[in-house]
Design a protein around this ligand. Structure first.
Ligand SMILES: C[S@@+](CC[C@H](N)C(=O)[O-])C[C@H]1O[C@@H](n2cnc3c(N)ncnc32)[C@H](O)[C@@H]1O
Ligand SMILES: Nc1nc2[nH]cc(C(=O)O)c2c(=O)[nH]1
Ligand code: SF4
Ligand SMILES: [Mg+2]
Length: 277
C-alpha cells in the first residue's frame, strides 16, 4: 500500500451544471461546457504516491490528480465516480496552486511525474497548473481518450491516448486523436493504449495503431467488473482478467504484432478495484 493515505476531496459543489449525457464531439463540448475558460479545475480526487499501473510508465512512482467529468460513457469504465453526474457534488473546483500544494504534500516536496486522469482531464484548464508544476520540477502525464485537444498538451512529458474500442459502446473519432497529436507536437512522448476485451477490440486496436505507426502501442486486458462506487473493496474477477491477459498475449504473438506491449493493470492485480490507489 502506498505510504500516504489517499487525499479525498469531497467538499464543494460545482459552479455550474456540466452534465454530459453521452458522447460528444469536441466542438459540442466547447459550447456546452465552458470549463476551459475558467481557472479552477474540477477535482474528483488526488492520491498517491502510488505506482503508475498501466502502459508506458508502468511501475513508476506518481501522484494522481483525477478530474471529474467526461464526454464519454464507456460501458466498462472503472472510474464512474469521476464520470457520472450523480457524483458531481463530490468534485471540488480547485485553483492550480491548491492542487500543487496537495501534490507537494503527498510527494514530500520531492518532484515526480504527476498523472492527470479522470474522467477526461482534457476538458479541464490545466495550462497554469502545468506551468507552475514544471517550474517546481514536476512533470505531467495525461491519460485521455483523445476526443478533446488542448494547446497545453505540448507542455506534457507524456501523452497517453486511449481510443475506445467497440466493447466500450463509444465511437472513436480518429480525426480528433490526430488533432490531439498535432496539439502535442514534439513536446511530450505520445503513446497509444488500448483496452482489449475481445476480437473486435483487438482488430480495432490493430487498425487504429496502423494509422499512427510512429507511436508505441500498449494493450491491456479489460477488467470486467468495476464495482459500484462505494463498493470498491469488492473482489475482482482475477480469473477473468488472467484469462483475457493470456488470450491477448496469445493473440499478439500468433498475429505477429511484435511492436505491441501487452501489460496488465498492475494496480488492479495488487489492490483490486479500490479507489485511491
Ligand atoms: C479511467 S480512464 C480516464 C482517462 C480517460 N478518460 C481515458 O479513458 O483514457 C484511465 C484508463 O483506464 C482505462 N480503463 C477504464 N476502465 C477500464 C476497464 N474496465 N478495464 C481496463 N482498463 C480500463 C481506460 O481505457 C484508460 O486507459
Ligand atoms: N495505480 C494506478 N495506475 C493507473 N493508471 C491509470 C489509472 C487511471 O485510472 O487513469 C490508474 C489508477 O487509477 N491507478
Ligand atoms: S473515456 Fe475514460 S473516464 Fe470516460 S467513461 Fe471512458 S474510460 Fe471512463
Ligand atoms: Mg484506473
Amino acid at each position: 500500500m502506498p505510504g500516504a493515505p489517499p487525499l479525498w476531496l469531497v467538499q464543494g459543489a460545482l459552479a455550474r451544471d456540466d452534465r454530459c449525457q453521452g458522447q460528444r464531439n469536441a466542438q459540442d463540448l466547447g459550447r456546452i461546457s465552458p470549463m476551459s475558460e475558467e481557472r479552477t479545475i474540477k477535482v474528483c480526487e488526488i492520491f498517491g504516491p502510488t505506482i503508475q499501473g498501466e502502459g508506458a510508465l508502468i511501475g513508476r512512482p506518481t501522484v494522481f490528480v483525477r478530474t471529474g467529468g467526461c464526454d464519454y460513457r464507456c460501458s466498462w469504465c472503472d472510474s464512474l465516480h469521476a464520470v457520472e453526474s450523480r457524483f458531481r457534488d463530490d468534485w471540488r473546483p480547485m485553483e492550480p496552486h491548491e492542487i500543487l500544494e496537495s501534490v507537494r504534500r503527498l510527494s514530500g516536496g520531492k518532484p515526480l511525474t504527476v498523472t492527470l486522469s479522470g474522467g477526461n482531464p482534457a476538458i479541464q484548464p490545466f495550462a497554469d497548473l502545468i506551468r507552475r508544476g514544471k517550474a517546481d520540477g514536476y512533470g505531467f502525464a495525461l491519460e485521455t481518450q483523445g476526443s478533446v485537444s488542448q494547446p497545453w498538451f505540448s507542455e506534457l512529458e507524456t501523452l497517453v491516448l486511449s481510443p475506445k474500442p467497440p466493447s466500450s459502446g463509444m465511437q472513436c473519432d480518429v480525426d480528433a486523436v490526430r488533432t490531439c497529436l498535432r496539439a502535442a507536437g514534439e513536446g511530450p512522448r505520445s503513446v497509444l493504449k488500448f483496452v482489449v476485451f475481445d476480437d473486435a477490440d483487438f482488430r480495432f486496436a490493430r487498425q487504429t495503431a496502423a494509422l499512427f505507426p510512429t507511436l508505441r502501442v500498449y494493450l491491456q486486458p479489460g477488467n470486467h467488473t468495476p464495482p459500484p462506487p462505494g463498493e470498491e473493496d469488492a473482489a475482482i474477477d482475477l480469473d477473468g482478467i488472467n484469462r483475457r491477459f493470456e488470450w491477448l498475449v496469445g493473440k499478439v504473438l500468433s498475429e505477429g504484432w511484435f511492436e505491441a506491449h501487452v501489460l496488465p493493470q498492475l494496480h488492479v492485480l495488487i489492490w483490486g478495484n479500490r479507489r485511491g490507489v
